[in-house]
Design a protein around this ligand. Structure first.
Ligand code: DAH
Length: 344
């Protein structure tokens, strides 16, 4: 039996040395030290030996068992280290690799110009306000001196929102002008606001027409506000946006909510005002404006014999088109990155 034990030990150690992964090691443990393992089986037979032989064989058996257990422990320790090293290897970070550039977004050209416009008026003491895109007919038309069935409504055809209670009275605003009325209903003069926002037109789109675009409305009301204030403020704005050497031109135009109404143009910044492909005759129209109509003032409870004011409306994309030489307004809504990426 002693020989058998020695032989088991020799074979076991040889097998263990050959086990090359955790699974093989476990199979080895079961084969030798498990309940039905070779060594265990021999140990069980101890009881059958004559009592005189037992101590010696028992001692030897124990020695073999301890040797195998030690060998196993050493082997498991090696495996543990190998596994740790592998895990560390798998998680390794190369800190010398250059980082991945996050793709940064950028501001849309409309937003960019919008901000410039607002900043320019903010510097002249105008506050920024906002109003709803979905508007009552009353604010979009009636309160701006554009009664139902008045031909002036043809200037602004829009999209109507279906409503049970007030059919035909809810629409997408055609301009930011309703906010003149909304602001004046809330505050007493002096008023100095600019109101940016998206506006809508029922329009066949082409290079110069979109069914959605942005405007900035402006309004200043106080005692003794005159056309000179309108010209001063708008000229300062135009020179800030388009260059200090710009000349400005005001000509009569018709808008129902102002009297007199004007259209403002600047001398072309491309040709200096002599005439070119961009401007034609040397002038670029940039906005509509005028002195707030007495009816509009009276409508919000401002006494037109005490207060007066001027208003203006700027098409934001129109400014961007002029500034950057863009030849199609539809580009602003086409989401074409080749176009948008040019406005860093
Ligand atoms: N609301 C006008 C439009 O969309 C633009 C405009 C013209 C606004 C004259 C004004 C103004 O405030 O005084 O065509």
């Amino acid at each position: 039996m002693i020989d058998q034990l020695a032989e088991i030990k020799a074979r076991a150690l040889k097998d263990l040395a050959a086990a090359d992964d955790a699974e093989a090691t476990e199979a080895w443990r079961v084969a030798y030290l498990g309940k039905k393992g070779q060594l265990t089986t021999v140990l069980r037979q101890l009881g059958a030996l004559p009592p005189a032989e037992r101590p010696l064989v028992g001692q030897k058996a124990n020695e073999v068992k301890v040797a195998l257990e030690l060998a196993l422990a050493a082997r498991l320790e090696v495996e543990r280290r190998v596994a740790l090293r592998r895990a560390a290897e798998a998680e390794r970070v190369d800190v010398t690799l250059p980082g991945r550039q996050p793709s940064l977004g950028q501001v849309h050209p409309t937003t960019r110009v919008l901000k410039e416009v607002l900043d320019s008026f903010a510097a002249m003491g105008f506050q920024v306000a906002e109003g709803p895109d979905v508007e009552w007919d009353y604010y979009n038309f009636e309160a701006l001196n554009i009664p139902k069935d008045h031909p002036a409504r043809d200037m602004w055809d829009t999209f109507y929102v279906q409503s049970k209670g007030r059919p035909g009275e809810i629409l997408l605003r055609t301009h930011t002008s309703p906010n003149q009325v909304r602001v004046m209903e809330k505050v007493r003069p002096p008023v100095r606001v600019v109101v940016p926002g998206r506006v809508y037109r029922y329009e066949a789109t082409d290079a110069t027409h979109e069914s959605e675009f942005f405007q900035v409305e402006g309004l200043a009301v106080d005692k003794n506000v005159t056309m000179a204030d309108l010209k001063g403020v708008l000229s300062a704005f135009a020179r800030e946006m388009f260059g200090a050497e710009r000349k400005v031109r005001f000509r009569c135009d018709y808008f129902p909510f102002v009297e007199p109404g004007v259209e403002m143009a600047i001398s072309c910044f491309q040709c200096g005002g002599v005439g070119c492909r961009l401007c034609g005759n040397g002038w670029l129209e940039i906005m509509g404006a005028g002195m707030v109509h007495p009816k509009v003032l009276a409508g919000v409870g401002y006494d037109p014999s005490v207060y007066s004011g001027f208003a203006f409306g700027i098409g934001v994309e129109r400014i961007a088109i002029l500034k950057y030489g863009i030849d199609d307004i539809r580009l602003f809504y086409a989401n074409d990155l080749r176009f948008l990426r040019q406005f860093k």
